[in-house]
Design a protein around this ligand. Structure first.
Ligand code: BEZ
Ligand code: FE
Length: 294
């Protein structure tokens, strides 16, 4: 293993993995080394460019903490998250498609009942969301767990906001719900609006250098879980949004685009009287039974 040159280095690194006891790890790292070396050869990568890449990745690491995940953002804007999601969630036609998870999910969100208001002070026009969860055979799925999260009208998720005086983060515009015996759910929240992904860090600087904008079309995030079914992680996107065809993270699928309907003041779907205009969204989710890949 001496005197390695640009023709022999790749094979030498791959050979060094021969004692690896984890077959999958060996396979993945072998492939990674081959692709990285091919990339450096193909682009004739200079030392200055290599150093700039190291500086960039260091900045991505430095800005990442338990509230901000710049590595996921990087994966998202390079389309890697969409590729990994797509190749791991091939489902039969008729199932609701999956899309990127994003960095703003919170595990322990509060639980709500039918037609409760999950906004908890998040700003935005009132919106009532309803639908049904079914299995691929059309049967309603009772007691499915739905988790929903969304940004407010200024494009901020609760986790991006300053904590309360006691240091606690308030849960806003997110929560857990259960479907009823007919697989139906309903909740009140706020109108989804387009927003830019966090772009004040190295990923934002990269987008800028590439001449790309940081905007995502208006959407709601859902995670839907039910026994015997694959967990669905997806969004519902608002029809007519100007960013549907240029989502900064490549997450839009036509089947996930739905109509938000605007209503004049009156009796809202939860039976309450509402004296401002409000919106409704009706969207059904179809789950794939476990082990039923395409
Ligand atoms: C989101 O929709 O919450 C999101 C997804 C990817 C990157 C940033 C934000
Ligand atoms: Fe989002």
């Amino acid at each position: 293993m001496r005197n390695l040159n640009e023709d022999t280095i790749t094979q030498a690194v791959i050979a060094s993995l021969c004692e690896c006891r984890n077959e999958r790890l060996q396979m993945v790292i072998t492939s990674l080394v081959q692709h990285l070396h091919s990339f450096a050869r193909e682009t004739k990568l200079t030392e200055a460019e290599w150093e700039a890449a190291i500086t960039f990745l260091t900045a991505v690491g430095h800005i990442t903490d338990d509230k901000r995940q710049e590595f996921i953002l990087l994966s998202d804007v390079l389309g890697l998250s969409t590729l990994v999601t797509a190749q791991n969630h091939a489902k039969p036609d008729g199932c609701t498609e999956a899309t990127v998870f994003g960095p703003f999910y919170v595990k322990d969100s509060p639980e709500f009942g039918h037609w409760d208001d999950i906004a908890n002070g998040a700003s935005g026009e009132p919106c009532f969301v309803s639908g049904q969860v079914r299995s691929i055979d059309g049967a309603p799925v009772a007691n499915a767990l739905l988790e929903v999260w969304q940004a407010d009208e200024d494009g901020h998720y609760d986790v991006q906001m300053a904590p309360d005086e006691d240091g606690a983060l308030a849960h806003r515009a997110r929560g857990k719900l259960r479907t009823d015996a007919n697989g139906r759910f309903g909740f009140r929240s706020i109108l989804a609006e387009p927003y830019p992904i966090p772009h004040d860090g190295p990923v934002g600087a990269l987008l800028d250098a590439l001449g790309r904008h940081p905007w995502r079309p208006a959407h709601l995030h859902f995670m839907v879980q039910a026994p015997g079914h694959e967990t669905l992680i997806t969004h519902v996107f608002r029809d007519g949004d100007r960013y549907l065809d240029s989502d900064a993270v490549f997450g839009v699928r036509s089947t996930l685009v739905a109509q938000w309907v605007r209503h004049a003041p009156g009796t809202a779907p939860d039976g309450s009287r509402i004296d401002t205009p409000y919106y409704t969204l009706d969207y059904d989710f179809v789950l794939n039974p476990e082990g039923n890949s395409r």
